[in-house]
Ligand binder design. Structure first.
Ligand code: ZN
Ligand code: ZN
Length: 109
């Protein structure tokens, strides 16, 4: 097997660029946003691949409610303008996404 594992998911703690919170990795998932302010960085082309060269700030702009997937946070990149979506992790046992912040985003969207 010489194929490079480009789909390896890296799931490491990181410090939020927006509010400075230490963000713990999501158990059994891939979190790319801060659970407090929902800001993120444009690092992925596909979730978790860290393959994007952009590295712009992803601003949370909307929340979508899906019957199967639950809530999806919609981000827009401040640098390149790309829209990305990431599943909200409201039930994460370690560091759940802020429900208050989610509701605030839904109101303001
Ligand atoms: Zn934050
Ligand atoms: Zn971007």
């Amino acid at each position: 097997m010489s194929e490079t594992s480009k789909f390896t998911v890296r799931n490491e703690p990181f410090t939020c660029i927006w509010c400075g919170v230490e963000v713990q990795p999501l158990a059994g998932g891939c979190r790319n946003h801060c659970p407090e302010c929902f800001y993120s960085l444009h690092l992925d082309i596909n979730p978790g691949d860290r393959a994007s060269e952009c590295k712009g700030i992803l601003e949370p702009v909307d929340v979508e409610s899906h019957s199967k997937k639950g809530y999806m946070i919609v981000h827009r990149c401040k640098k390149c303008g790309q829209i990305t979506r990431n599943k909200a992790a409201l039930e994460d046992p370690v560091q759940p996404d802020s429900l208050d912040r989610l509701l605030e985003l839904m109101r303001n969207a």
